[in-house]
Design a protein around this ligand. Structure first.
Ligand SMILES: C[S@@+](CC[C@H](N)C(=O)[O-])C[C@H]1O[C@@H](n2cnc3c(N)ncnc32)[C@H](O)[C@@H]1O
Length: 322
């Protein structure tokens, strides 16, 4: 990329808002500039990020670049594009810049205070959806699904979207996260035309406090499926800078990553009906520990560790004895 396309770094620029070089005029030049800035910033996926930012700021897609790339860009997205590039170069997560993160077919609102849903969690969501559809097919009347540590509502809402018959309870502790959970539930409910997910603020490691909550009376021993993507990264793990934008309590799970999962197993066991199933996402180093944890509670034969697309242990599933 020629020097002429570098950002304005004159002394005056230090206190002004970011801007694009005047020489960058056409759609194609804007796209190339965006891409080169993100590549120079050594991001993990600069091409994909550049496309997402460019599209969000200019509303122009690949076909516009292909057929109108040489034409001058006359839209009003230049300032926004410059701001988005600067934020991403400063390592702000792409999802915070866009304001949304995908989860299967959904676009969930995210921002500071809530964990950004990750693509690998779609595997657990899909497992739960398959389980739920199977039970609906078997004629289970009032299907009950619980999502512990719901964050943005990612798992609960993905399941509710695909299995409208399910009654879903989502549990989350953090005040800051719950602002986003409520927003996402409200947006989905407006589209669905009614409620499918009940939300509760509670600590999933405290089975006695949960037991004392009368609004849960109907749920104990009656849940068909429990899913959870809890905080599970061992404290000493080095993470990408972007992960630090997620709340610490959403990511890290103590020395071995199991500080939340261990006590949460009592809640899982108390919620599930005999024959009910659980799926819990965990660190890729925790597969053997998860086997022991679930196997000690139920029967080893009913527990298995599932791998992600990179063949890493990603979530463990188990069935409570009938
Ligand atoms: C890894 S995030 C997952 C969020 C969401 N399930 C997802 O997949 O995107 C873990 C979530 O658990 C919540 N959390 C942490 N400790 C908790 C606890 N003791 N009780 C309830 N929620 C908790 C965090 O606030 C965070 O929203």
């Amino acid at each position: 990329m020629p020097n002429a396309l570098k950002p304005n770094n004159s002394p005056d620029a230090a206190c002004s808002s970011p801007s694009l070089p005047d020489s960058v005029r056409s759609l194609g030049e804007l796209m190339r500039y965006t891409r080169s800035e993100l590549i120079d910033a050594h991001l993990a996926s600069p091409e994909a990020d550049a496309r997402a930012i460019f599209e969000a700021a200019t509303s122009a897609g690949p076909a516009d670049i292909l057929f109108h790339g040489d034409e001058e860009y006359t839209g009003d997205g230049r300032e926004l594009l410059a701001e988005m590039i600067a934020r991403r170069v400063a390592r702000e997560p792409l999802q915070h810049i866009l304001g949304t993160a995908p989860m299967l077919g959904l676009e969930l609102a995210v921002g500071p205070g809530v964990f950004i849903p990750r693509p690998e969690t779609e595997l657990l969501a899909q497992w739960a959806i398959n389980m739920a559809r199977g039970l609906v097919g078997e004629g289970v009347g009032k299907l009950r699904v619980v999502d512990l540590c719901t964050g943005s509502g990612a798992l609960a809402l993905a399941i509710a979207e695909e299995v409208p018959e399910a009654n879903i309870l989502a549990v989350e502790l953090s005040d800051e996260a719950l602002v986003w959970t409520r927003k996402n539930i409200a947006a989905c409910e407006q589209r669905w035309g009614g409620p499918r997910v009940s939300l509760m603020q509670a600590d999933v490691t405290d089975v006695s406090a949960l037991r004392a909550n009368q609004s849960l009376d109907d749920w104990w021993g009656n849940a068909d499926i429990v899913v959870s993507n809890p905080p599970y990264v061992p404290d000493s793990t080095e993470v990408f800078e972007e992960v630090m934008a997620d709340p610490h309590s959403a990511v890290f799970g103590g020395d071995d990553g199991l500080d939340v999962i261990r006590p949460m197993m009592n809640v899982v066991d108390a919620l599930l009906r005999p024959g009910g199933v659980v799926g819990i996402e965990h660190d890729d180093s925790s597969g053997p520990d998860m086997m022991s944890l679930l196997g000690a509670q139920w029967e080893y034969a009913s527990v298995s560790v599932m791998q992600d697309l990179a063949d890493r242990d990603r979530f463990t599933v188990g069935k409570k004895p009938e």
